[in-house]
Ligand binder design. Sequence first.
Ligand SMILES: Cc1cc2nc3c(=O)[nH]c(=O)nc-3n(C[C@H](O)[C@H](O)[C@H](O)COP(=O)(O)OP(=O)(O)OC[C@H]3O[C@@H](n4cnc5c(N)ncnc54)[C@H](O)[C@@H]3O)c2cc1C
Length: 413
Amino acid sequence: MSESYVIIGDGIAGSSAAETIREEKPDADIAVITDEGEALYNRILIKEFAKGKLPEAPISIHEPEWYDERDIDLELNTFVTDIDPDAHEVHTHASGIYTYDKLLVATGGTPTQLPVDNSDADGIHHFWTFQDARRIAEHAEASDTGTVIGAGLLGIDLAAICAAQDVEAKYIMRGNRWWRYGLSLDGAEIIHDALEEKGVEPVLESGVNGFKTDDDGNVVATIDADDNEYESDFVGIAIGLNFNTEYLQGSGVETDNGVVVDQYMQTNVDDIYAAGDITRFYDVILDEYAQNGSWGSAKQQGVIAAKNMVADDEEEEFRWVSSYSITHFDFPFLSFGFPTMGDDECEEKYSETEWRRLSFKDGKLIGGVLIGDIAPQGKYKDLIRNEVECADQKEILLEKDFDPDKLAPQQEQ
Ligand SMILES: Cc1cc2nc3c(=O)[nH]c(=O)nc-3n(C[C@H](O)[C@H](O)[C@H](O)COP(=O)(O)OP(=O)(O)OC[C@H]3O[C@@H](n4cnc5c(N)ncnc54)[C@H](O)[C@@H]3O)c2cc1C
C-alpha cells in the first residue's frame, strides 16, 4: 500500500511541503486540507492588492489544476476540528475523516481581536487572508478617514493602504515609536517622518479605549487612551496573531504559544510534524527555541518537514536566516534574523533616511534592521550563518561600506 500524507493548511508552508513530498514520493497519497476557499496565493502581495496597486491575478500562486497535475487531493473550505494520533486520523467539520501515515500541521495564525467596546463593528478590519484584502480594498476606497492600531510589521501595511487609498489616517501606537522592539527612536523617526509624508499621522504613547458606531453598527470614531475621539470610517487592527492550535487540544501535541518542534520540524508525537508561522522551533544557530513569521522561513520549514516526513533515516535540520522587507516608502527597509532577541546591540544613523541596527547573542551577530541601504544584508547574514564571534568589533560592523575582510580572524574553538 502507498503511504499517505495529510497536510493541514495550504499556506506557503503546507503547499511547499506537499510539493516536496510529491517530488520525493511519486506514488504516495497526499491530501492538503484548508478552510480557505482558494488555493495558495501570495500572502505578501495582498497588501499591494488592498492598496489598489495590483490586480487579483498575479497574487494567485496555485490554481486547483496545479494539485490535479501532481495528483494531490486539495480540500478547500474544509475546517479541521480535531485529530486522533492513536488512530492516525484527521477529523473535519464536513468532509469526514482522513487517515495518515505522516501528518503536517501548517495552520499558521489568526489575527488577535482588540478587547475593547465595539471592536467587532462593521468597518473594523483585521488582515490575514485574500478575502480580508478584498474587503479592505473596497472599504478603504470608499473611506475618507481612518485609524490604524498595532505598531508592527503588519500594522504598517494597513497604514500604507490608508495612504495609498487617500484615507486620512491616524496611526495609534502604545509606545513612543513604531516597532519599539526592533527600532530605537532614531530608527523609528525615519519611519514616522515617512508616514507623515504620506498623510498618516502617528499618535504615540496612546492606545484604544473603544469605538463609536452609528445606528447601523458601522464604526464612525476611534476613542484613544486619553479619550480623544478620531473620526474613522475605516479601522485597521494588527496587534498580533493567535496560533491556530485549537484542533490539537487533547492530542498530546506539545504547544507553547505555537506548536513546539525540534530542528527537524517534528513534534513530540510520532508521525506529526509542523511547519510555518505556527511553530516554536529549535533554532540551531541561536541554540534556543524561537518563532518566526515570515514567508521565506515558512516555505523552508515546509520543505524541511516534508523531507523528514519521507526520510527513512537521515534527517535534515532547519538552518535558516530569515528576512522581512517593507517597500512602502522611497527608501528600503529590511529586518533579518532575530533583531528583537539577544543580549547586546549597536546602531548608527548615517543620514535622514539611513540607519542600521545589529543585535548580538553570546558575542555573535543574530539579527538586525537596515533602513535606507539594504545592500550589506548578505554580508551580515553570512556572519549569522557562520556563527562568527564579532560583537567586539562593532565599529567595523557599522562602517557604511562594511567589509567582512576587515574583521579580525576567528580564534579556533
Ligand atoms: C498582509 C500580510 C503581509 C505580509 N508581508 C510579509 C512580508 O512582506 N514578508 C514576509 O516574509 N512575510 C510577510 N507576511 C507573513 C507571511 O505571509 C507568513 O509568515 C506566511 O504566509 C506564513 O505561512 P504559513 O503557511 O505558515 O501560514 P498561513 O499562510 O497562515 O497558512 C495557514 C493556512 O491554514 C489554514 N487553517 C488554519 N486553521 C485551519 C483548520 N483548523 N483547518 C483547515 N485549515 C486551517 C488557514 O486558513 C491558512 O490558509 C505577511 C503576512 C500578511 C498577512
